[in-house]
Design a protein around this ligand. Structure first.
Ligand code: 5GP
Length: 208
């Protein structure tokens, strides 16, 4: 037996506009042991988004059926829409030894930590609040009203950040990607993630 070859769950949260999508995309392109979970949502697709690539876009009814049938490992409401993580893909990828990245908001992150204590929770921050607003406005995908709701939500989410394991400041994409990758690699080496291996070593030592 080796150190655990089962993949781990990596939750990446961050204020809307902090750039977590860009970071994750860059990390998954650079390193190949990561699988990105695709969520289901009731939000309407943005221009350029594709069904099954950014999200599975579903109706409220469909989403509520997924909840009832326990097809989601977590879900939450965010600014008037549902978002949730489909179970099957995540479990399959972890069994295949891939680390699965969940780009989800804070309520979902906390549910994941409760159900999967070995999950790694990362929080991506912009260099400053002004920079966050500048990025949200610059993205041009939301109305001013939605931007205000999202900034308001960011202020609420800041309160929950202390439940996360690490924060990453998204100043330069390259160095932030490196930091994220290193933290995930370190999580694999945690004692608590390798109890089976440790038990095996103990019994082998006793047998000598
Ligand atoms: P957006 O509408 O900008 O794509 O996403 C809004 C928020 O929902 C983001 O913070 C995003 O990380 C979060 N989100 C996306 N998918 C999920 C999910 O499956 N579960 C939860 N809890 N949040 C999600």
């Amino acid at each position: 037996m080796n150190m655990s070859d089962q993949g781990i769950l990596v939750v990446v949260s961050g204020f809307s506009g902090a750039g977590k999508g860009t970071l994750i995309k860059a990390m998954v392109e650079k390193y190949h042991n990561y699988a990105l979970s695709i969520s289901a949502t009731t939000r309407k697709p943005r221009e350029g988004e594709e069904e099954g690539r950014e999200y599975f876009f579903v109706t409220r009814d469909h989403f509520e059926t997924m909840i009832k049938e326990e097809q989601l490992i977590e879900y939450a409401q965010y600014v008037n829409n549902y978002y949730g993580t489909p179970r099957q893909y995540v479990f399959q990828q972890m069994a295949d030894g891939k680390d699965v990245i969940l780009e989800i908001e804070i309520q979902g992150a906390l549910k994941i930590k409760e159900r999967f204590p070995d999950a790694l929770l990362l929080f991506v921050m912009p260099p400053s609040a002004d920079e966050l607003k500048r990025r949200l406005v610059g993205r041009g995908t939301e109305t001013m009203e939605v931007i205000d709701q999202r900034l308001h939500r960011a202020a609420e989410e800041a309160a929950g950040m202390t439940s996360y394991d690490y924060i990453l400041i998204n100043d330069k994409v390259d160095s932030c990607v490196e930091a994220m990758h290193q933290l995930i690699q370190a999580q694999h080496r945690k004692v608590s993630s390798n109890l089976d291996f440790i038990e095996q070593m103990k019994s082998e030592l006793r047998a000598i």
